[in-house]
Design a protein around this ligand. Structure first.
Ligand SMILES: *Cc1c(COP(=O)(O)O)cnc(C)c1O
Length: 413
């Protein structure tokens, strides 16, 4: 029944052909982990080969100018800005999300040394929390989550006039909760605090409107929904009117006013470029562009519409077939309150996830202690894959086929 419905939805899907633009060498594999590592766009393999063989191999150092390697952070940033609802001169592609987060937190804290409190929530990505913990003299208020969500009222209750910064994952990595960016940004501004959004699970997954929300700063990941490849460089956003008031704590030569005058005193560049540190990783940078182009071509509102239909289908199947087997929904029930992945919970989640990967040809991922995340990437996920994955999940639980897998966890989950 559900499989037939899913096939009908695929037949009517205007985005279905985008799947052919990705390398899918095993059509039997149901890949639901594009929120952790996006698939490889076919165009990327060609682009990287050209960069290695022609630009680097033949043209050598001349490519810094000829192939515009030197302006990749700004040029790719301008493209990513299109997915963020930001101005082209407000975004840079550089470094990792963690490093960008650190740079912007430090820069924001320096704006007003009398404010030393940072508000975040327990559902935030641990790396962000660790980075905050590493900054001396800060008071961190970690608002607790209630069940799978952190209600906006709880966050707002923690905001006061000693708060320098509110920082949250816009879409939570575990539950997929989607925060109300406009509301919370406004609430923080009312007490004079700045806001730093981590968009790692939002960019390429949900439409964003940073300018409209008057967001101050943001960071996000290149290798998830942007399909930039393993360890792809991340991005950062700083609203244009703040750029010349913030100074990066990592004062490298690429953020210097004129890197190639080799002057002995640091003077930050004007505009967004001051947040650069060192030489851009060119091979990784060029690999990011085709994935971003595909998202732009499909359009974020069409992608969001499909993503909602697919997550709704998944949740409907959970309700009918998995909830009776003791599987919980660890994501918000309302489509408008979640991003593009759905988390299901079970005390045996680790072993069930192993069984899915090793015997059912389904790749989701496990998040401790009891969650399996199913990432929906509407550029290449089909409705049939969603329905089929749920049916295989039911089989694993019903037959207890997971029991032959070890309970000890791998280093990377
Ligand atoms: C994936 C992710 C990161 C990753 O940071 P890296 O520095 O690239 O390892 C950061 N924040 C969030 C919310 C993430 O989901």
């Amino acid at each position: 029944m559900s499989l037939e419905l899913a096939r009908r939805l695929d037949a009517a899907d205007p985005l279905a052909s985008f799947r052919d633009r990705f390398v899918v060498d095993d059509p039997t594999l149901i890949y639901l982990d594009g929120n952790s590592l996006g698939r490889l766009p076919k165009a990327t393999a060609e682009r990287v080969r050209d960069t290695v063989e022609r630009q680097w191999g033949s043209r050598l150092i001349r490519s810094w100018g000829e192939a515009e390697w030197v302006s990749l952070p700004q040029r790719l940033g301008a493209k990513v800005a299109g997915l963020l609802g930001a101005r082209a001169d407000e975004v840079l592609v550089c470094d990792s999300t963690s490093v960008n987060f650190y740079k912007l937190v430090r820069a924001a804290l320096a704006l007003d040394p009398t404010r030393r409190r940072v508000v975040t929530d327990a559902a935030n990505f641990p790396s962000d929390l660790y980075l905050l913990q590493g900054i001396e003299g800060l008071t961190i208020t970690r608002v607790p989550s209630e069940g799978v969500v952190t209600p906006p009222e709880t966050i707002e209750a923690a905001l006061a006039d000693d708060v320098a910064l509110l920082t949250l994952s816009h879409v939570s990595f575990k539950s997929g909760q989607l925060h109300d960016m406009a509301r919370l940004t406004d609430s923080a501004h009312r007490v004079g605090a700045r806001v730093l959004w981590d968009l790692s699970h939002s960019v390429g997954a949900v439409p964003l409107a940073l300018s409209e929300c008057q967001a101050d700063m943001a960071v996000g990941c290149g290798y998830k929904y942007l399909n930039g490849g393993p360890g792809s460089p991340a991005f950062l956003y700083v609203r244009h009117d703040l750029q010349d008031r913030l100074v990066s704590p990592i004062q490298g030569w690429f953020g210097q006013r004129d890197a190639f005058d080799f002057s002995l005193e640091y003077q930050p560049a004007t505009g967004i470029s001051r947040f650069l540190a060192g030489t851009p990783p060119v091979l990784a940078m060029v690999a990011l562009e085709p994935g971003v182009d595909l998202l732009m071509e499909a359009g974020m509102s069409a992608l969001r519409e499909k993503s909602i239909r697919q997550t709704e289908l998944l949740i409907q199947l959970w309700e009918e077939e998995l909830a009776p087997l003791g599987v919980t929904l660890n994501s918000p029930r309302e489509a408008l309150g979640r991003g593009s992945h759905v988390s299901l919970g079970h005390p045996e989640a680790w072993r069930i996830n192993q069984a899915l990967i090793q015997t059912e040809s389904v790749i989701p991922d496990f998040r401790a202690p009891d969650t399996i995340r199913f990432g929906i990437t509407p550029l290449y996920t089909s409705f049939e894959e969603v329905a089929e994955a749920m049916s295989r999940l039911r089989r694993v639980i019903q037959t207890r086929s997971y029991e032959r897998f070890s309970e000890s966890r791998a280093a990377v989950t």
